[in-house]
Design a protein around this ligand. Structure first.
Ligand code: GDG
Length: 448
């Protein structure tokens, strides 16, 4: 938005949001520093709409349905009703008068599957011919599961029809694209072929130059975070059952069981940002993780050393960057993940190898979208605790030149496919796709 400008329509949920908007619920953004780059328009939801649309259908139906983490989705008709209502609310908030066939509308994520079709209906009701519609692109940040699985959802047809009305649908991976195309074809038959173009756009991170960090700073930072051991692994996640944090703790436990010489010499620093705390499953997960960390710490207790330092709180970005920089390895053990940006952030924040410090190594779930790109990472099956444990050991025994070689290759991949690359290629594809479909509809109407 900062690069291209435009209008961002978003849920107003902050306690002060209403104080900072004009009579159209809009404001300049970003508010600081003074030069605004785009407009922000707030949509207000009632507590009931938040409960059904956000906590309910988005996060207790679509989220578990799309992640193969063996978590049962809720199929609650009231939540579905709330989801439809809020999708209509957001569609109605789109200022049609300022859009034309040169405009691009980006619909973000699984909360808004119905917006593309609802918008088409609104445009057609106003008598605006298809050729004059804005380009509609949808980016789906989470995986798309196997067609057979998705069709268990009682409202699968409405969801897929809603999405298919876009010109372009982007996923992070080719696997999700294939699953979506299969689902659309099985549900809609040949109608699906006249719908959206579907393609992978693997998302990247911002890649500014990263600061150098000296041996002394590294030492001080480790002390600051309570790390007293030679080897440090890091995990950074929202506390979510899809992220495989519990499995990660168990793998560290197993690693120390099989390799007792690392007891007192290996720490996992786990950052867990509280997330979706209104949902009971997320509350019990946090408690389970705390209990498991305590159990493992007691089991391998070595004087004052804790094996798992679990910091279940939000951290400033600058702090995360330092934590990435001081860790010898990063454990990304998602049971399923659209992409996983943490993997890329860890790689990018690795300092130039310092004398006597090993190059950072990434343990990466093969069920994270990032695994399609980051092929030089140490890939594991997150359900296989033995495999994660033995991979940690393999990494600690890998020669330095090999670790450094892999890191260089991975960092190059992160740089070549950074956030700018993602935004530019998605927008370019939105535009070229529209030109193609505009041409196709012109030809059709001429033929007609
Ligand atoms: C969804 C998809 C996809 C975490 N803790 C803190 C914090 N974070 C930041 C990380 C990272 C982001 O949150 C998490 O991104 P992920 O990609 O790992 O995962 P999700 O939140 O599940 O995101 C995912 C993504 O969308 C993008 O499309 O990759 O698959 O599930 O940037 O650094 N940031 C701060 N404090 C924390 O405590 N400041």
């Amino acid at each position: 938005m900062k690069t291209y400008g435009g209008l961002w329509i978003a849920h107003g949920q902050g306690s002060a949001d209403r104080h900072f908007v004009d009579e159209n619920s809009e404001l300049d953004a970003p508010p600081y520093p003074a030069a605004p780059k785009y407009r922000l328009k707030r949509v207000w939801l009632s507590p009931e709409q938040e409960r059904t649309f956000y906590w309910g259908f988005s996060n207790q139906t679509l989220w578990p349905l799309c992640h193969t983490a063996f978590e049962r989705p809720n199929f609650n008709p009231l939540d579905w009703e709330g989801y439809r209502t809020v999708n209509q609310l957001f569609t109605d908030a789109i200022p049609l008068e300022s859009l034309n066939s040169h405009s691009t509308l980006l619909v973000q994520d699984y909360h808004f599957a119905l917006v593309p079709l609802l918008l088409r209906s609104r445009l057609l009701k106003l008598g605006i011919p298809r050729i004059e519609h804005p380009r509609i692109s949808l980016f789906w940040h989470i995986p798309w599961p196997h067609s057979d699985l998705f069709q268990r959802c009682p409202w699968a047809r409405e969801i897929v029809r809603g999405m298919n009305a876009a010109d372009l649908i982007g996923f992070h991976t080719s696997a999700s694209c294939k699953n979506f195309k299969d689902t659309a074809y099985e549900i809609l038959g040949s109608e699906s072929e006249q719908g959206a173009k579907v393609a992978p756009f693997p998302m990247g991170i911002e890649t500014p130059p990263t600061p150098h960090i000296s041996l002394t700073e590294r030492h001080q930072l480790r002390q600051h975070y309570g790390v007293q051991t030679q080897y440090l692994a890091v995990g950074v996640d929202r506390i979510d059952y899809t992220k495989g944090i519990f499995e990660r703790f168990q793998a560290v436990d197993r690693f120390l069981e099989v390799n007792p010489k690392y007891r007192g010499n290996f720490t996992l620093l786990q950052i867990g940002a509280p997330s979706r705390g209104e949902i009971p499953r997320y509350q019990t997960l946090l408690q389970d993780l705390q209990t498991e960390a305590r159990r493992i710490n007691a089991k391998h207790a070595n004087q004052s050393n804790e094996v798992i330092l679990f910091r279940a709180q939000h951290h400033a970005r600058s702090e995360l960057e330092k934590i990435y920089a001081i860790a010898d390895l990063c454990l990304v053990t998602s049971l399923h993940d659209g992409m996983n940006l943490v993997a890329k952030e860890y790689l990018w924040n690795q300092p130039k190898p310092l004398h006597s410090c090993p190059a950072g190594a990434l343990v990466l779930s093969k069920y994270a979208g990032a695994a399609e790109e980051l092929t030089e990472a140490w890939q594991i099956n997150p359900h296989d605790i033995e495999e994660i444990a033995s991979t940690i050991k393999d990494i600690l025994h890998t020669p330095e030149h090999e670790r450094a070689r892999r890191l260089r290759r991975l960092q190059q991949q992160v740089l070549d496919h950074n956030a700018d690359h993602w935004a530019n290629s998605f927008l370019r594809a939105s535009r070229s796709n529209n030109e193609n479909s505009a041409r196709a509809s012109t030809q059709k109407s001429i033929a007609g």
